[in-house]
Write a protein that binds this ligand. Structure first.
Ligand code: ADP
Length: 189
């Protein structure tokens, strides 16, 4: 299965992807995780990315495309993948289509996890306390939500227009949401 997971920061994308990766036996490719690893490693890319991430803005499309292209061509992604955090704007969405076409791995489905804004803000505040991510401060979260509305929300329409989008309600328990996603995948499989 080749899946793109979409949803606002705090919508539970990462949590659901972590479960699906076990169920489907395909890698969970999270650009947030890849970037945080680069920051941790202190690479040049990581140093560039950190300041941008801490402001809640998007890392440049060039850097992201290089990162994702390389990751998608790794051996473990030959049988499918779950993309989490990419694409995050329309230009990334078109670039991804081109890459997937070129490697002969077109997308099966894009799944949008819908959660209302009040809930995601509450979830991120909780995560900030638990995990201490440096981009979970109140100000940065507000900026990330704004970036999401302005740049990422249009990606949902991009996939809808191509007939590749399914929406899933992201409220309720982690298990309930997982069941909804599984139901969608069964009809796609
Ligand atoms: P969340 O989904 O909670 O916002 P992520 O871990 O997916 O968190 O992303 C954290 C940060 O990493 C983003 O705010 C952004 O700065 C950067 N980032 C992740 N994916 C991308 C991407 N596809 N394009 C640009 N920046 C990205």
């Amino acid at each position: 299965m080749r899946i793109v997971l979409l949803g606002a920061p705090g919508s539970g994308k990462g949590t659901q992807a972590a479960i699906l990766t076990e169920d489907l036996q395909v890698p969970h490719i999270s650009t947030g995780v890849l970037l945080r690893a680069a920051v941790e490693a202190g690479s040049e890319l990581g140093q560039k990315a950190k300041a941008v991430m801490d402001r809640g803005e998007l890392v440049s499309d060039d850097i992201m495309l290089g990162l994702i292209e390389e990751r998608l061509q790794a051996e473990d992604a030959k049988g499918g993948f779950i993309l989490d955090g990419y694409p995050r704007n329309l230009s990334q969405a078109s670039a991804l289509d081109v890459v997937l076409e070129r490697i002969g791995q077109p997308l099966d489905v894009a799944i949008q996890i819908d959660v209302d804004t009040e809930q995601v803000v509450a979830r991120i505040a909780k995560r900030a306390q638990e995990e201490g991510r440096s981009d979970d401060s109140e100000e940065t979260v507000r900026k990330r939500m704004q970036v999401y509305q302005e740049q990422t929300a249009p990606v949902v329409d991009f996939y809808a227009d191509k007939g590749q989008l399914t929406r899933v309600l992201g409220e309720g328990t982690i298990e309930e949401v997982n069941h909804r996603i599984r139901a969608v995948l069964q009809t796609e499989a």
